[in-house]
Design a protein around this ligand. Structure first.
Ligand SMILES: *[C@@H]1O[C@H](CO)[C@@H](O)[C@H](O)[C@H]1NC(C)=O
Length: 200
């Protein structure tokens, strides 16, 4: 327990948080990339509309199974790692400024989380990926215009209830695990917004 406590709460917390942000982002992206394949796969075995599929169609469907885009996952991991330290310091400062777990400070923390931390993390995400893709400033701004607000809206629907459940129902020793799992689910959505969503 000593080592685990050190990792989760001690001086290595910054590293733990950063690495887990990167890992969750990588996992989310891998799942998102393969969801296309799972969709095709399920259509093959549970055809809904495509009843007339010939054996040739089936073959092309299988050979069309998307190859994994490793650069994409690598880039996602990098922005995940970049978000880590910000997250870490933000929540440390938040706990200093608003100590205690009474309803009032929890509501305030949630509001600050959604109004400061979320937009910052989304900015790190979209701008970071845009820079890695060697995009021009105008192109990055255009993407932010298209996607930022929509992503943030979903963020605001996702995180407050998730944190509420965490706070009310998840036993203390499982909270880190629970938050990491939910981060991964959220990162699947981020990967979707970045690479699949057509917001025009
Ligand atoms: C990932 O980053 C590399 C290096 O900056 C860039 O060349 C590439 O286009 C990016 N790929 C994706 C899918 O974002």
């Amino acid at each position: 327990m000593g080592i685990l406590r050190q990792l989760l709460f001690g001086k290595y917390l910054l590293i733990t948080n950063t690495v887990s942000c990167g890992l969750m982002m990588a996992t989310g992206d891998v799942i998102q990339q393969h969801s296309k394949y799972w969709k095709k796969y399920s259509q093959k075995y549970f055809p809904t509309r495509v009843m007339a599929a010939s054996p040739e169609d089936e073959k092309t469907a299988i050979s069309n199974a998307p190859k994994h885009d490793y650069t994409r996952t690598r880039n996602m991991t990098v922005v995940g790692l970049l978000q880590g330290p910000f997250h870490h310091w933000f929540y440390m400062i938040l706990d200093r400024v608003l100590p205690g777990k009474n309803a009032k400070s929890v509501v305030k923390k949630t509001l600050l989380d959604q109004s400061i931390a979320s937009p910052t993390c989304l900015a790190i995400f979209f701008v970071g990926l845009g820079i890695m893709e060697h995009r021009k400033v105008e192109e990055i701004c255009k993407e932010l215009n298209l996607k930022f607000y929509n992503t943030w809206k979903i963020d605001c629907c996702f995180w407050p209830p998730t944190q509420c459940i965490n706070f009310l129902f998840v036993p203390l020793q499982y909270r880190v695990l629970y938050i990491n799992a939910m981060t991964m689910v959220y990162d699947i959505f981020l990967s979707y917004m970045k690479y699949e969503a057509h917001c025009e």
